[in-house]
Design a protein around this ligand. Structure first.
Ligand code: SER
Length: 319
């Protein structure tokens, strides 16, 4: 991994992943790919090369891979779960059509590929507690369909064409740099802004709705360390269960109340997000990732909460 292209570098994960990769591999070796309307700004723009890289445009991506002699692609382009339900055709075009383009280019130009999968790759028939690495995957959302199909397609390109494809099933990602957009787990980010502003937070999912979650620094570390892992030790590839914590809105509220005692939460259930959340695991078993490439998260619910509140306060969010 020397010359890296990030597709979707201005998104929730991409914006922080690009900076983490630049600090590890050198600014000029990491190209920030973006789409029109989501151009990089500030540090992301100034710290290294950037190129328009629309995942639905194969020729454009192939041109960048040639120009910069790219050997590793982080494919972070996707629509999150609730938006994908509103725009299923576009979700397929980006999630699966886009992945197909990347894998074809990777097979021809010998690139390794990281593509995130998700807790969304599971469905209502999947065991909910301690969800195993290898289990039933019959999601009924377009997001989930693209994630399962993406896992299979990535494994296919590895076995058939020798493309070094690797992936993790991310839980809900909590971060303070770039907001997520249209996910089912986004409430676990928005709640912190409400707490700092002194607003009453309206949770879109009910008490007792447990989902796996992770703080962004651990998510970045997972992607980079999996791509650096010794391939001889990988029994699985697409895709590894990983998790840091599992909570419901009440547990998150209590964790915030430790630092913001007057914080209040009410419920205003969004039926789309609630149905999606109900079909996802409560908590995943990530022992294969721990064993095969040494996965181990640093943040738990309390340390993540403390750090999120501190970082959002630094932004001088108005109270
Ligand atoms: N955070 C994603 C979502 O809620 C799950 O992978 O859509």
């Amino acid at each position: 991994m020397k010359y890296i292209l990030i597709i979707g570098s201005t998104g929730q994960i991409g914006s922080e992943l690009t900076m983490a990769l630049r600090s590890g591999y050198g600014n000029s070796n990491v190209v920030a790919g973006y789409i029109k309307g989501a151009e990089p700004k500030g540090e992301l723009l100034e710290s290294g090369p950037s190129e328009e890289a629309d995942i639905t445009n194969s020729e454009q991506i192939a041109g960048i891979v040639k120009k910069y002699k790219i050997d590793t692609i982080y494919n972070m382009a996707a629509l999150l779960s609730a938006v994908a339900e509103a725009k299923p055709q576009l979700a397929w075009k980006i999630g699966l059509g886009g992945l197909f383009n990347i894998l074809e280019i990777a097979a021809e130009m010998r690139c390794a590929v990281f593509t995130p999968s998700s807790i969304g790759a599971f469905g209502a028939d999947t065991p909910k507690k301690n969800t195993p690495q290898d289990t039933v995957q019959r999601p009924q959302t377009m997001y989930g369909v693209t994630k399962v199909a993406g896992e299979l397609l990535s494994d296919y390109y590895f076995k058939r064409f020798g493309v070094d494809t690797r992936s993790v099933r991310y839980p809900g990602l909590i971060s303070h740099v770039t907001p997520p957009g249209g996910g089912t787990t986004d409430y676990a980010v928005e709640i912190f802004y409400s707490a700092v502003r002194g607003e009453v937070f309206k949770s879109p999912v009910s008490a007792g709705t447990f989902m796996d979650m992770m703080y962004m620094p651990d998510a970045l570390c997972a992607a980079i360390s999996l791509m650096e892992a010794d391939p001889a030790k990988l029994v699985h590839r697409n895709s590894f269960n990983i998790t840091s914590m599992s909570f419901d809105p009440e547990m998150l509220k209590s964790a915030i109340c430790k630092y913001v005692p007057d914080f209040r939460m009410e419920y205003e259930i969004d039926p789309v997000r609630q149905a999606i959340a109900d079909s996802w695991p409560d908590s995943m078993d990530d022992s294969c990732a721990r064993k095969e490439w040494g996965w181990s998260p640093k943040y738990n619910l309390d340390s993540m909460t403390e750090n999120m509140l501190e970082e959002i306060r630094k932004k001088r969010v108005q109270r």
